[in-house]
Write a protein that binds this ligand. Structure first.
Ligand SMILES: Cc1cc2nc3c(=O)[nH]c(=O)nc-3n(C[C@H](O)[C@H](O)[C@H](O)COP(=O)(O)OP(=O)(O)OC[C@H]3O[C@@H](n4cnc5c(N)ncnc54)[C@H](O)[C@@H]3O)c2cc1C
Length: 480
């Protein structure tokens, strides 16, 4: 049953599981656990719809590269699935078998552990069973790039699709406008004793449960841990530990432009680095998409001419002909976009600010930076893709200088894929959660979502995070 905590103060005591955050991860977990006959509380900080009051709590300034942390998340029922695009690409065996070429280990679990949950995760985001992740175009000749394989979810809006189940599943209490504002750790028992929740009028109360699960997205999962004074006092969250570190994004870099050779198919193309390419260059993985632009950007003298013609439209009213000239695209001109892997880097991180939000929770700041290894990934993908275009007769590529010259600042945007801030590892020396997504040092606190990613590959994160949420549900259901 979905209740509004602003008006219904009906939290019970002693839930089996308390899940914080009702986005794709939290909703998936709640339905799996309650479906197994457990008493589950799912608390959601936002309401049923977008509200500035809730969204304001996502303010998070950044230094280094711009993360757009407020714009790339939504803080209400269904979370960021309320505007995700639905692109789904599974992780690959090599994401798990090959560690990153930095001083940090990769995933501590085998690929099979996530792969076995793929069919169920696909069904959750409305991908047809046995659809297969198909390539939309042929591979490029040679061993460097294969055709990328992905599927598009409708995209599934979790709050809408699962509204009936959230309302009707026996044993499940869902409270909206119910914000977690503190995690209270008892160092004598090594367990989280309670969490503190608050409505927007600052009415606060404590909630108890056997197990707690953080599912508030990668930035907030780390923020909740960093904000807890009792976890710091208990030595669980330390200055040099990994909570908040290794913030990763997928790099959205425009490599350059291309001219398609005559006779080549005009449709969009998507390529993906092969394992052989990654091994040869010691690079990360990457998706490269080449598509024709609707309108060619003009610079210098061409821009001035174009602008002159555009202004003529207003002056003399010969719209049709002028519009044809100003909007004319040279056949084959296109741009090359990317979704590129970033390696885990402890200096790319979230940290706590002294300033507090309207509910008294300390704000966070994100510093997103790229290591030289990431610049190398962008450079080799750019150079090798340009060569492939020429060698295979597909077309001619003009690369941006910042792609191949690492001394020029890279123009990079985020993909709204936040990962790595509570990374999974086999020991607290390298991460925050263990193989079962349990926080090191706390008996009953788990984390769901892409914050647990040890590495992010170049696959969109939502379907893999659902696979991990299903795996976590299996583990939690096995606990007595
Ligand atoms: C424009 C855009 C396009 C995207 N497209 C894709 C795509 O094509 N493919 C893909 O794989 N991914 C995509 N993503 C990313 C995708 O949306 C996220 O990976 C996914 O939503 C993460 O799910 P989550 O449940 O971990 O976190 P979220 O969806 O962020 O949900 C977290 C929930 O926790 C709640 N919460 C936060 N703090 C508290 C608190 N203190 N107390 C209680 N509740 C709290 C929030 O309100 C929210 O409901 C896109 C993102 C954006 C912004």
């Amino acid at each position: 049953m979905i209740k509004d905590y602003e008006s219904q103060k009906e939290l019970r005591d002693g839930y089996d599981f308390c899940i914080i955050g009702a986005g794709p991860a939290g909703i998936t977990l709640a339905l799996k656990l309650a479906g197994n006959g457990r008493h589950v509380l799912l608390i959601e900080g936002g309401g049923r719809e977008y509200s500035p009051t809730s969204q304001d709590l996502y303010q998070c300034p950044s230094t280094g590269l711009e993360v757009y942390a407020e714009e790339t998340r939504l803080r209400f029922l269904g979370g960021t699935s309320n505007h995700w695009a639905g692109r789904c690409r599974p992780f690959e065996p090599s994401d798990f078998s090959v560690g990153p070429p930095v001083h940090l280990p990769g995933w501590p679990i085998p690929f099979a552990e996530i792969e076995r949950h793929l069919p169920e995760a696909m069904a959750i985001v409305d991908l047809p069973p046995n659809a297969g992740f198909k390539a939309i175009n042929p591979a490029l000749d040679g061993a460097d790039f294969e055709a990328d394989r992905f599927l598009l979810s409708p995209p599934t809006r979790f709050a809408q699709k699962y509204a009936k189940e959230l309302n009707e599943t026996e044993g499940l209490d869902v409270f909206i406008n119910c914000n977690c504002v503190d995690l209270e750790f008892d160092s004598k028992t090594g367990r989280l004793a309670t969490i503190v929740v608050s409505d927007y009028k600052l009415h606060k109360e404590r909630v108890t449960a056997k197990q707690f699960i953080l599912a508030t997205g990668a930035i907030e999962n780390a923020r909740q841990l960093l904000n807890s004074e009792s976890l710091a006092a208990g030595g669980i969250v330390t200055k040099d530990g990994y909570v908040g570190r290794c913030f990763m994004e997928h790099l959205n870099v425009e490599l350059g432009t291309f001219i398609l050779k005559e006779g080549q198919e005009k449709g969009s193309r998507e390529y993906f680095t092969t394992d052989a390419f990654v091994a040869e260059h010691g690079s990360g993985k990457g998706n490269v998409s080449a598509s024709l632009v609707a309108e060619v950007k003009s610079y210098g003298r061409t821009a001035a001419i174009k602008s002159f013609f555009e202004n003529l439209i207003c002056d003399v009213g010969v719209e049709n002909k002028i519009e044809f000239i100003t909007k004319f695209d040279c056949p084959g001109d296109g741009v090359i976009g990317t979704l590129i892997e970033q390696f885990p880097n402890p200096d790319s991180r979230l940290s706590l600010l002294e300033e507090r939000d309207a509910l008294g929770v300390r704000k966070t700041h994100v510093h997103w930076e790229l290591a030289l290894a990431d610049r190398n990934t962008v450079k080799v993908i750019g150079l090798e893709m340009a060569k492939c275009f020429a060698d295979t007769g597909l077309g001619l590529v003009k690369l941006e200088q910042c792609v191949y010259d690492v001394d020029v600042p890279l123009k990079v945007n985020p993909h709204a894929h936040h990962m790595g801030t509570t990374r999974m590892a086999s020991s607290p020396d390298f991460g925050v959660v263990d193989e079962n997504c349990k926080v090191f040092g706390v008996e009953n606190l788990h984390v769901a979502g892409s914050s647990v990613f040890s590495t992010g590959g170049a696959s969109n994160p939502t379907m893999p995070l659902l696979q991990l949420a299903l795996r976590l549900a299996e583990h939690l259901n096995s606990l007595s």
